[in-house]
Ligand binder design. Structure first.
Ligand code: ZN
Length: 65
């Protein structure tokens, strides 16, 4: 299955038996892509995990009334 990288439009060949939630890497720009949907196949760049959680806990800490 031929797809293109959502970040750089580089053509990516995907196994048709790929599962939702699997990740792959664009060999052109190096971005990590997650399969967010398989019918039709949709790819989305993987965000850095944990960053948002860290930010939220920091805000909670400041709420010291
Ligand atoms: Zn790319």
């Amino acid at each position: 299955m031929a797809m293109v990288c959502p970040e750089c439009d580089y053509p990516i060949d995907i196994d048709e038996e790929i599962d939702e939630g699997e990740t792959l890497q664009c060999e052109e720009c190096g971005v990590e892509l997650e399969v967010v949907s398989v019918d039709p196949i949709e790819l989305a760049p993987v965000e850095e995990a944990g960053y948002d959680d860290e930010d939220v806990s920091h805000v909670t800490e400041e709420n010291d009334d």
